[in-house]
Design a protein around this ligand. Structure first.
Ligand SMILES: Nc1ncnc2c1ncn2[C@@H]1O[C@H](COP(=O)(O)OP(=O)(O)OP(=O)(O)O)[C@@H](O)[C@H]1O
Ligand SMILES: [Mg+2]
Length: 278
């Protein structure tokens, strides 16, 4: 039997390699969107359930105790839980409304607050102290829901890098050129220098699988972040030191630039240097 090897040529009916890569990238982005949405749904449902449990428990307590002081305390707790439930649904509705697929002037501050609100209980559970610094409300030229997806990915990675707790800083600021910067910095394990150049590669993961909260392990989180930021003509930068922590900084073009944006060489900048602690 003779064996024939087929030459590696592109037939006119077959998509080119570039086209195939583009199609796969699009599918990857879709898949990650659903993963992020799924994580969001499970965090939100879990949060809402916690709030309902508080309301039910305090209502029962108020019914059992006739004295005014206890009843007043129960009403206060029920009121606080009710307000929190309203905040959760407002946050989710905000995200659902924010489904535009076009880059438009977007104030990232409410988006940061929604993401923080959704993850704050999870952070508490893992003894992660959250420090949110909103220094600007200047609009970025962005697709809000995609930037929120990036932020959730970075915050979940940060939390997973601090299994024994730590500090997570989320800072929204503006640079001299008017660009909008979003920084997520943790005091976690840090990333070894030899792994640093690979963390944005699709499927690169050092996690053995999803953790007990069902998150992590596919290695698509940062690849998606990079694709999203590239599509925004932005930049994502990482600084990390083993044993000290990791800082990811995203820079997005301003909706109203102070000076015209300079030409970006690459969307990714990787630096194994100290994640400055401030
Ligand atoms: N803040 C961080 N601190 C330490 N290591 C990190 C941090 N962020 C990312 N990494 C490293 O980069 C790898 C890739 O991250 P990425 O988010 O792409 O995938 P993942 O978290 O493993 O899985 P998933 O696709 O479910 O997010 C991680 O497995 C981890 O080794
Ligand atoms: Mg991840």
């Amino acid at each position: 039997m003779s064996s024939r090897t087929s030459p590696v040529t592109e037939s006119p009916n077959q998509p080119s390699l570039e086209e195939q890569v583009e199609t796969l990238k699009r599918r990857l982005a879709e898949a990650q969107k659903f993963t992020a949405l799924g994580e969001l749904m499970s965090s939100t449902t879990h949060e809402f359930n916690n709030v309902l449990t508080s309301i039910i428990n305090y209502a029962q307590m108020g019914m059992r105790h006739q004295d005014e002081a206890t009843r007043n305390r129960c009403f206060e707790k029920i009121m606080a839980a009710g307000n929190r439930a309203a905040k959760i649904t407002t946050g989710v509705l905000g995200m659902a409304r924010n489904r535009s697929d076009r880059r438009e002037p977007t104030d990232l501050a409410p988006l940061v607050q929604d993401a923080v609100m959704l993850l704050e209980r999870e952070m508490q559970k893992y003894r992660v102290e959250l420090d949110v610094q909103i220094e600007t409300t200047a609009p970025a030229l962005a697709i809000g829901n995609q930037i929120q997806q990036v932020l959730l990915n970075l915050m979940i990675n940060a939390r997973q890098a601090m299994p024994k707790g730590g500090r997570l800083v989320v800072r929204l600021s503006q640079d001299e050129e008017g660009g909008v910067c979003l920084m997520v910095r943790d005091s976690g394990s840090g990333i070894p220098a030899d792994q640093l150049p690979r963390i944005f590669d699709p499927f690169f993961s050092t996690k053995s699988g999803p953790d007990e909260s069902g998150k992590g392990g596919t290695g698509l989180g940062l690849a998606t972040c990079r694709d999203i930021i590239e599509a925004h003509a932005g930049k994502i930068r990482v600084q990390s030191t083993v044993g000290v922590g990791t800082a990811f900084t995203i820079r997005l073009p301003a909706a109203n630039p102070v000076v015209p944006p300079s030409v970006m060489k690459s969307a990714v900048d990787v630096a194994p240097t100290a994640a400055q602690q401030s």
